[in-house]
Design a protein. Sequence first.
Length: 187
Amino acid sequence: MPEVLEGQLPPATGPQTPQSGVPAPSADSLLHIRERAATADLWWLGTHGGAGESSLASLVDGWAEAGHSWPRPADGSGANVVLVARTSMAGLRSAQAAATQWASGQASEANVLGLVLVADAPGKLPRPLRDFARLVSGGVPRSWSVPWIEAWRVGDAPSSSDVPRDLRRLIDDLNRLTRTAASAAEK
């Protein structure tokens, strides 16, 4: 993986737009698309229950949780979306289905910035999960990992001022990406 210098955007390592020829996942694994009256700089889309999108959305003003449906802003603007899943096999499969739904063009109003994989347990991922996470991450522009945060497990409110280094890097990357997307939309 190429080194990212301070202040630089992380390079895209996967597709940045939906691709022709990608078949949609089965109907029972599609996430709904829901019109939103509210706007947000960034929407966190949990690909399954308990993914962690609420905790992540609370870290920065202007970020919102989309729950488990693709956001479609009522004003017709595009929505910056980050998929969120736990690193369990079920979580990774749901992330794969959501990434495939987007890649097939079935959620084309979403500007998918990437995928955040939130640790489902403390410690290192077993090899089969690590390998599958790498495969799933290849279907989106970028991916990040959030380590196990015990304080979140016991219900302590997330705070952007006291987070692990990986999470601080994620916040910084997404702030840069949303500013870049906003600048591109203005042109």
